[in-house]
Design a protein around this ligand. Structure first.
Ligand SMILES: [Zn+2]
Length: 170
């Protein structure tokens, strides 16, 4: 199911507020939100929800329930989580030409300020390999693991918005 062009943007409420492109606090650089990655590729993912999670991260929302609730909602949807990871890996691979060891190697990644979960590193390692391996690996992840990789995906792009390529090398 693809969204028709001009679809009115839905807002996903968490506590009593929303995070959208219109309200987000700007950082030094901006990347396309998840909804704008391959917009014409069919997806069942709630891309408005993904965008809100991203913008809540960029905004450093201080509501203690906000990001956790959004992450919970993303994590229960395997397709949504996958789109988020692919979005982050796509941006990272465009920036570095190929994904650096600091993303795909669990030990090296652990030394960065980003220090993603091993589950994210394993997906990133497979992202560059065409074929079914990414799909096979992703299918083994449960909701808690998807929640971690979703959290990592938005944190990665948020870090890029502040630190650019230095994010993984400081
Ligand atoms: Zn919030």
């Amino acid at each position: 199911m693809s969204l028709p062009e001009g679809t009115v943007e839905k807002t996903v409420t968490s506590a009593d507020h929303v995070h959208t492109a219109a309200t987000v606090r700007r950082r030094q650089r901006t990347f396309v939100p998840p909804s704008e990655l391959h917009p014409h590729r069919p997806t069942t993912a709630d891309t408005t929800l993904l965008d809100q999670l991203f913008y809540a991260t960029v905004d450093e929302c201080t509501d203690p329930d906000c990001r956790p609730l959004l992450l919970d909602r993303v994590a229960v949807d395997a397709g949504a989580t996958r789109k988020l990871v692919e979005w982050a890996c796509h941006i990272a691979s465009e920036m570095y030409c190929e994904l650096p060891a600091e993303l795909v190697d669990e030990d090296k990644a652990a030394t960065t300020v980003f220090h993603p979960s091993p589950f994210f590193c394993r997906l990133a390692a497979q992202y560059q390999n065409p074929g079914p391996t990414f799909t096979t690996l992703f299918a083994t992840y449960d909701t808690a693991q998807r929640r971690q990789v979703a959290d990592n995906a938005v944190a990665l792009v948020d870090g890029f918005q502040v630190w650019w390529t230095d994010f993984l090398f400081q």
